[in-house]
Design a protein around this ligand. Structure first.
Ligand code: UT7
Length: 314
């Protein structure tokens, strides 16, 4: 069952975001570029998804993107990396099964060995699941580094126009400390192999996932704001998984919230799975859309099927 952290408004300890960072491959692939390899067109992709271009890894790896995003998050948090005691990496595209991406990052960043470091697979909800785990696992004196990193292009079938136009590569990260601030969460998981799966390649029943996504997005937002004792209208910014502009528009309409409160950067990155929420969060922070003290709801949904949301005060 989903849990509320204590009575509404007094969840202690919550978590405070000290810093964020992101990274993306250098190569930009436009919709027009894709028309040269698959039967598609810019008009279809833009109008059905809102995506204009995506980044595709050439020399970059899930590890190198994660490392760059983590370094940026550590720099913006201005904390001593030696204080990191929990390292969680959300990914469905690790470069290898073991050692984990988290263990490689521990080494790459020169972090201490006395820590818990592991990967987490909740597909596009991965970063949200990782935030919830960080809040539950952090010691009172601890600091967490939470990363979402993906090279989905390595699992994309570039002959399948139903999927290859949607996905991109990237990474995002956040540094967190326990703090007496409100934190609420809501999450779901339901085994479903038909709607969305990754074996050799990503396979998706787009319409089935679309129906799930629109319902999950609005439901998770309603649940966490209710747990926080807030009205949906009191949330300053929603940072949702960047899968499709139409999914976000649909949720905004259902919730009667102006679309401007939903941060979107999917036009330039496409769907980057577990990287999408932290990448968007970092751009919301660096672009001045999310300011200290504001109420933010982060939401993910996707393969599993999974969904999750957290309410935070930035
Ligand atoms: O990160 C996990 C979460 N994932 C999602 O949230 C994805 C959710 N699903 C979606 O965003 C949408 O369902 C899609 C963007 C994947 C597809 O949009 P749609 O409006 O549901 O299109 P559709 O699958 O119903 O296809 C409509 C038409 C079909 O042609 P016919 O059968 O009507 O002649 C497709 O063959 O569009 C065609 N089509 C394309 N045409 C040009 C499908 N892909 C393409 C394409 N270019 N890339």
């Amino acid at each position: 069952m989903e849990k509320t952290m204590g009575p509404a408004g007094v969840s202690a300890p919550g978590i405070r975001i000290l810093g964020t960072g992101s990274a993306a491959p250098a190569q930009i692939v436009s919709n027009d570029d894709l028309t040269r390899i698959v039967d598609t067109n810019d008009e279809w992709i833009r109008s059905r998804t809102g995506i204009c271009e995506r980044r595709i890894a050439t020399v970059e790896t899930t590890r190198s993107l994660a490392r760059a995003a983590a370094r940026a998050a550590l720099a913006s948090s201005a904390i001593d990396p030696a204080r990191i005691s929990l390292l969680l990496c959300a990914t469905v595209t690790p470069d290898q099964a073991s050692p984990s991406l988290a263990c490689f990052l521990q080494r790459d960043l020169g972090l201490r060995e006395q820590m818990l470091a592991f990967d987490l697979n909740a597909a596009c909800s991965g970063f949200i699941y990782a935030l919830i785990c960080a809040q539950r696992l952090l010691d009172p004196e601890g600091i967490a580094l939470v990363v979402g990193s993906e090279t989905l292009s390595r699992r994309t079938d570039f002959t399948d126009r139903n999927t290859c136009v949607l996905f991109g590569d990237g990474a995002g990260a956040a540094v967190l400390e326990p703090a007496p601030v409100p934190f609420f969460w809501s999450a779901t998981a339901c085994g479903d192999d038909d709607a969305l799966s990754i074996r050799e390649h990503i396979r998706m029943d787009g319409q089935a996932v679309f129906r799930f996504a629109t319902k999950a997005l609005a439901a998770r937002i309603r649940e966490v704001t209710e747990k926080a004792g807030r009205a949906v209208a009191e949330i300053d910014l929603f940072v949702c998984h960047q899968a499709n502009r139409r999914i976000i528009t649909h949720a905004a309409r259902q919730l009667a919230v102006p679309l401007e409160r939903f941060f979107m950067n999917l036009a330039t990155y496409g769907n980057t799975s577990a990287a999408s929420v932290p990448l968007a969060l970092d751009e919301a922070v660096t672009g001045g859309r999310l300011k200290r003290g504001q109420r933010v709801v982060l939401v993910g949904f996707g393969g599993g099927l999974t969904s999750g949301a957290v309410y935070l005060e930035y």
